[in-house]
Structures are given as C-alpha cells and as structure tokens.
Design a protein. Sequence first.
Lengths: 251, 344, 138
Amino acid sequence: MRARDEFFIGFFPIPPGLRPFLAAIAVALILLFAAAGWFAASTQAAPEEAGFRFDFGRQEVTGVLSLHPYPVIRVTEGSERLAAGRTVMLSGGGKFAPPQAAALDGRLVKAGGVILRRGDLDMLQIGGGDANLAAAEGEAPALSPPERLGRWRLEGEICDGKCAAGAMRPGRDLSHKACANLCITGGVPAVFVSAAPVEGAEFLLMAGPEGGPLPPEALAFTAAYVSVEGEIERVGDLLVFRIDPATLRAL
Amino acid sequence: MSVSYIPVQWNGFKHRYNLALALAVGLYLWIFVELGPALLGHANPITPQIHNARAFGSCAFLMMSVILMIGPLARLDVRFLPLLYNRRHFGVMTALVALSHFLFVFNWYFVFTPFPSWEALLFSNTAYDRALGFPFEAFGIFALLALLILAATSHDFWLSFLTPRIWKSLHYLIYPAYAAVVAHVTLGAAQGVRGLAFPVLVWSLALVVAGLHLAAWRKERRAAAAAGEWVPVCRPEEIEEGRARVVRLSGGERAAVFRHEGRFSAISNACAHQNGPLGEGRIVDGCVTCPWHGFQYRVEDGCSPAPFTEKVPTYRLRLRSGTIELDARANPPGTPVQPLEAPR
Amino acid sequence: MMLSPAAAMSNRVARIVAVQTAALLMDLARLWLWAGAAVSVPFLLWGVGRVEPNARDSWAFRPLLIPGVLLIWPLVLWRWFLLETGRDDWAKRHLPPRRAHAFAALLLAVLIPLTIIAGLAIRQGPPAGAPVLLEAPE
C-alpha cells in the first residue's frame, strides 16, 4: 500500500506506511525551529555603546537646577566624573523626572546618583528622597548666559535621553517608540541624536519653540529619522535645540 | 466523541506530537535566549528583557506560520492530515508563547512610569495617521486577543455548544490575526537600523503561508454545484469500496455517497465535530471515519456507534438509467435510510 | 514658522483626549471581563449541563471554559438562549462556512505582499545630511 493510501486515525496506531513520513516531519520541524532560532538570534544588531556606569560609583555634585525644558543641573562643584562647568541631564528612577526637582527650579542643589553614559551624553539618574536631591546651602551663583548658535536644520532621531544613554539597550528605533514617548511625557529629557555632530556635539537636549518641553505633536516623530529646524544655544557645555515643530519631517 | 467531557483527551499520538512540538519550541527559545548572547558576542549586550521579548515574539510568529501551513498542506497532500489532528495543542502553545512575548514587552516598556501601564499601552503612541511610527503595538494586541480567544475556545465543548459553523467562523480570526502580526513586525521590528535579515525571514514565511493558501484554494475551486431536487452523482462502479464521492448541492451543502459492502448510502459531508470532510474519510469497521479527528458514523443512519451520540444528516439515493441520484433535501440527523442496491 | 497658539492648544487637547480615550477603553475592557465573570458563574454551574448532554456529569473540564466565557460571553448568552428556547437550527450545524477559506486565502495573498511592500517603502537608512546653518546668530 502506498503511503497516500494509508488512513490515519488519531486514536489508532499510526499506519506503518505513514510512520517514516511523520517521523521525517517531526525531525524536520525540530531542525527548522533550531535553525530558525539560531538564524533569528544571529540577526540581532549590536546596541549602542551605552549604559549605566555603576562602575563609576555614586556621583555627587552641586549646581544650579533648571527645569526648562527638562531637568538639568549646571554643575558648580563637580565630582570625579562630572566636572564643574558641565550641564548634566537628570532623570528619576523610572520613566520620569526626579520628583524632588519640581520645587527646586533655579536653586542651588546637591544631587547624587548614577551616571548613564553614551559618548558625550551623560544622564544622572537620581533616586527618591532628600538624600539624592535637595537644596544646598547658599545662593545660586550667576551663570554664563546661553550662547546663541543660530538657526539650524538637523537630521537625526528624537529619543528619550535616558534610554538613549543606555537605560535600555537598544534605547532607540521604532520598537522602542512607545517607551520613548512615555519617558518624554513623564519628564525625562528628550534628546536629539544628530546624524553628524553639530558644533562638536552629537546629542542635543530638545525643547519646544518657547523653550519649554517638546510639544505633543513631536511625539509622532520620535524614534525614526527626521529632519527638523530650530534654534540652537549652548548652555554650559550642553547644546539645547529649540525645535520648530512645524518643520518636522520624516526622512 | 467523548461520552462525557474531560479537560484534555490524550492518546499516544498526541503525546508524541506534543513532545516533538515542545522540543522544537524549547530548542528555538533556548538557542535564542541562552546561546544568542554568546553567539552575538556584543560588547554591550541587548537588555535581557528586550532579548527575551524578541525570542518569544519571533518564536510565536514561526509557530503561527507553521500552524497555518498545516491546513493547506493537508488539502494538497493527505499525508499531512495527521498534523491537523492535534493542531489545537499547537495553537494553545502558540497563544502562550505570544502571551509571554507581550508580558516581556509590557513589563519593560510600559512600567516604571507615573502613568497607569495598561492605559499607557494605548496612549503612549497615537501616530495612527502615518505608516512610519504607526503604533504597531495595536496590531500585536489585536492578534494576541485573537490567539487568546482561539485558545480559550479550543475545547471540544465549544465546538458542540457554538456549533461547528459559528466556531469555525470565530476561528477564522486566525487569518486577520496573522495578517496583523505581519504588519506588527513590518512596522516595528523590521524598521530601523537593524539589517534586513530578520524581516526577510519573517516575510518569506508569510509569503509561503499565503502561497500555500492560494494553492489549496485553487485546488478546491474546481467542481461546480449541482442544482435540482434529485442530483446526479455518478455511476455506481465509479465509487471504490469503502470510499465516497462528494457532491456539492446548490444550498452550499455537500453530501458524501459511500459504497459499503457493495451498497450505497449518503450522509452529510460535514462531520458533526468540526465539519471535517467525511467524504474524504474511509469506512472502518462499518463506520464512516472522519479524516480529521476520527469521529465515526454508521453509514445507514448517520449515528455514531454507542456510547457516542454524534449524528449527521442522511440523504436518500436512487438509481436512474445507471446513474446514482441523490435527493438534495437532507433528512434530519440520524434518520435511517435503506442503502441503495446497485446491480453489478 | 512658529505653530500658532490655537494649533498648539489643539495638539495638547488631542493628547488629553488620547489619554482619556485610553482610560475609557481600559475601563470598558475591565467591564467586559467582569460581565464575563458574572455570566460564567451560572453558565458553568447550570448552563453547561443544560445545553450539552455530554457535559451533564463532567465537572473537571468546566474551569477550562472560564477564559472562553470571559472573552466571548455575549456569544455564550446568545447560544444559551437559542438552545434553551429550542430555536437552534440543526441543518446549520452541517453547513461549514467554506467560502471563508477563499476569502482568507485572498486576504492573505493581498495583504501580506502589500504589507511587505509598504514596509520596504518606508524603511529608513541612516541619514546622510550634514547639519545646515540656516541663520547665523546675530
């Protein structure tokens, strides 16, 4: 009897003529899954060189806190890894700004936390409580005013500064878009990852046209390559990109 | 088939089927999750939660593709029918793997936020007006819900309670769900700076699935329906002993005319269990046996032998000028009909 | 060109609407599941035995039905009603929705290639454009 004439009934033994065929299918299925697993795993691209730097230890700095457009500290007394004169973005322990920051805008503060680093992008993750972020003794010193660098058109990707700095690897691309939007909506600094350095910087803190946080319509353009125009100014060592949302265009 | 329902019916074949399946799936996940990071050797490894989400997501897609290949393959070549037999266990396993993918994603991308996570799943990206940046999660949520509905209604009770017609209509959800998963991957993981190798794997599988369905559909399309009260079937000698000839009736029904011990009887072609094609089955121990799950019916009255209780409609037959004719008006399920004697 | 205050406001409103719509959808989903839970109690205790002779004395399999009832309880209620009132049409049990196969085959054959083409069309490579200074600072 040819295999095609064998009649399979589930609760009876498998007809002898069908056995080799079914055994071959089972082996093929297992091999297919194993090969597919190997292949699919091998296609996963390497994430950026970025991440938490627990190896640096806890960093404590003093500086002036600004909440506009997003929480940053302009360091006046630095630590081993964050020198005085730097402007460092801040985030809380999750997808939000440090909650203590709300009451400290413009004040001299002491901040402590762990660094997330990707290239020249530093983000200080700050835990809850006064021990990690509180007003410091003394008046906030006068800082150098922002230096205006003109109106630019840049190409690159809008990311949340925390995941882009390595809190997640990868912390970019469309599969990460919802998370990036959630971070930005929660008050984590939005960052423009420029395709080519602008005035020496690859990562720019983003702001809305009036200098506030990103307007909601910009969320439609996150996590993909876009071109956008806006004013750039240098605040300490950090470039701030005040975008004009009407010029956002997917590439 | 069961006299009374039990949680899961097991037999030797199902055990071996599930063993092969568990080995295949386990191997995929083990290679991706455990060997993957070493294989890739990234200086900055992918976050484990994200790596796991990718492993389970891609595995669920592969499982869904293979499941969807079984149906058309069995229609193109009957040797694949045994794979169809235990497909529901395959399906339930797929739903669980897909659910794991969702949980890895949900418990990473949508937590640690001041917003409620379930709501965040829906509002974090609302760019429904564009392809690039489209909230591809929506396709995934739809597909996962479909898989969960299918898995949750896979017990035989649901077939009988909903009727095969409604049950099958519900389970056709698998097709839009599959299309949605392809869109989910295409607008999500397939975009960005990662290479084309993974999207090409996904797209190739999807094209094979679509191609097989087209091929099986073309094969089914031939044969036209016959109209009238008495419908000609064929000459008696054209039906082999223990086999059937299927006639399509104008109402969309199909009847199967069987030859058993030289005499002819007709029953509905649709099995009472899952509407499997009885006419493609055989007569085993005097009973028509469904090629899908082995449900059996006596050929003269369409009743399952005791203690089983399934019934299918029967049809009357007559012989006119050497041709078997069938009365297109079905008898209620389980109506005995005297078999038609045909001269040699 | 700056976004007008009215446009900016409408964007913020759209965002709030999105958040509230999400909350509403989730509330509806929770309500759906609770309704399913309410249906599952009488259905599993009494209904199953009444509509399905084979299930009359079987209890072990009934918990397996809970997820199904939670998800498709309106369909459960409708079928229960048809069976209780004797309105079920036996002939329909033997009329599988065969045409759906053709529909499914065509659906996949059209949607999958379209999706792939769309996916390839929108794929982005790394941008090559260098930063452009449009207006130097005053």
